[in-house]
Write a protein that binds this ligand. Structure first.
Ligand code: AMP
Ligand code: ZN
Length: 454
């Protein structure tokens, strides 16, 4: 499985983070089903944006790329994204790119003009089969500059002659650097071979990037490049795609520090991977309190279902199995994490109802609770372990009591009794409860152990 990785010239925004989180969970799910997954994700570490940014920061492009590669790991580790099997860097693969381009020239699928080399789109009859868009879209694309040296405006660059003050590699066409699309084709081939099972990325990459990867790879090898293509939908901010160029970004680092990694994961997994998703603070705060309540509910079920009750009773086993079955079925249907979560929730509610039966149960609910936690942790990366606070013997009243305290604190603030308000907050912190303060008051709370934990 190959995922197009980040261009490392700045911190990730949460749109990028969504894409990497989704493929992380997809890979975990394949592993859950028993597949051994070779997961390769690249770093694009040579690019116009990297060169430009390095110039303004007064460092070399290599130093800049290395810095943001490490920042990528810092943020993705914090989000609980598992490390890939391998992380090729474009700059490590240049000899293979040059070989690939030579092969395309030999097949008359590419031509050199001056120090540049272009792919001949008209030579690859299946061009457009992934995106349904043809080479003529390249002409219209605002991102493609009109270049009079090309035989056809649809053709795209495989190799770019070196410009002044830019890093370059020696090649049969003179000093230069690879185009973006050939990088992925060559990295896939170097590590995974001619044909891979799954190729993934954000949906903005479908055209032209992935279309061009297919043309380059299949044009050279004559074999299918990827058996399955998958694309994530956009994370939107104010109904526009979050992107650096629009300036509507929030970095993953800042959002994780403000709201916690677990709420961010939970928020993102509540939507089908290929649908667009609007980011709002309200939604992520909702995710934080939803997660806290879920943990609390599971802990209550566990507390109500005594350990000594029969764990191997057929009823206990049936419940445990239906947790797994419904979860896997949901994910097998177009990798629907939203319905997989809905299934775990409805199982939690069923278990909760069972604890409220007038007759004590003869069997234990604990195996089912454990299974919910295991699946959430191993596949979704969600930590549903019991909150640090012990579940109170007051049962359901603890949430109500907390709400009373929050109200009392709001009243103290209204009377400008700051020290009382602070004491209430600090005492709650002392029992591992964090109040989430907003301009218009405290809207949510969360157990402190869930922040920073991945
Ligand atoms: P880039 O570093 O711009 O190449 O992006 C890295 C990955 O993040 C690519 O797979 C993009 O498709 C993806 N991506 C960029 N912006 C968004 C967004 N707003 N929502 C989801 N994925 C995105
Ligand atoms: Zn790529």
């Amino acid at each position: 499985m190959y995922v197009c990785g980040p261009t490392v010239y700045g911190l990730l925004h949460i749109g990028n983070a969504r894409t990497f989180l989704i493929w992380d969970v997809f890979r975990r799910f394949l592993q859950q089903l028993g597949f051994e997954v070779q997961f390769v994700q690249n770093f694009t570490d040579i690019d116009d944006k990297i060169i430009a940014r390095a110039h303004t920061e007064g460092v070399t492009p290599r130093e800049l790329a290395e810095k943001y590669t490490q920042e990528y790991f810092t943020d993705m580790d914090a989000l609980g994204v598992q490390r890939a099997t391998e992380y090729p860097r474009a700059t490590d693969t240049v000899p293979q790119m040059i070989e690939h381009i030579k092969g395309l020239i030999d097949k008359n699928l590419a031509y050199a003009v001056g120090g540049d080399v272009y792919f001949r789109v008209a030579g690859f009859s299946e061009y457009g089969k992934l995106s349904g868009r043809g080479g003529e879209d390249n002409e219209a694309g605002a991102r493609v500059e009109v270049d009079l040296r090309k035989h056809d405006p649809a053709d795209f660059a495989l190799w770019k002659a070196a410009k002044q003050d830019e890093p370059f590699w020696e090649s049969p066409w003179g000093p230069g650097r690879p185009g973006w699309h050939i990088e992925c084709s060559a990295m896939v081939r170097r590590i995974l071979g001619d044909t891979i099972d799954i190729h993934a990325g954000g949906k903005d990459l479908k055209f032209p990037h992935h279309e061009n990867e297919i043309a380059q790879s299949e044009g050279l090898t004559g074999k299918p490049f990827a058996r399955v293509w998958m694309h994530t939908g956009f994370l939107n901010m104010g109904s526009e795609k979050m992107s650096k160029s629009l300036g509507n970004i929030r970095t993953a680092r800042e959002v994780i520090a403000t709201f916690g990694a677990q709420p961010l994961r939970y928020f993102m997994l509540q939507t089908l991977y290929r649908s667009d998703l609007d980011f709002t603070e309200e939604a992520i705060r909702g995710a934080a309190s939803g997660l806290a309540k879920w943990r609390e509910n599971l802990a209550r079920i566990e507390a109500a279902s005594h350990a000594e009750r029969e764990k191997d009773a057929p009823e206990a086993e049936v419940l445990e199995k239906s947790v797994t079955q419904g979860f896997e079925e949901a994910l097998c249907q177009d990798f629907n994490t939203a319905s997989a979560l809905a299934h775990l929730h409805s199982m939690t509610n069923n278990l909760r109802r069972l604890t409220q039966e007038p007759q004590p149960l003869a069997y234990s609910l604990r195996p089912a609770v454990t299974r919910i936690r295991e699946l959430a942790q191993t596949v979704l990366g969600l930590d549903l372990s019991p909150p640090a606070v012990e579940v109170s013997p007051l049962g359901d009243h603890s949430t109500a009591l907390l709400e009373i305290l929050i109200e009392a604190r709001a009243a103290a603030k209204a009377q400008k009794n700051w020290s009382l308000a602070d004491t209430i907050r600090d005492r709650l912190t002392g029992i591992q409860i964090r109040l989430i303060d907003q301009k218009d008051g405290t809207t949510a709370w969360e157990p402190i152990n869930d922040v920073n934990q991945t």
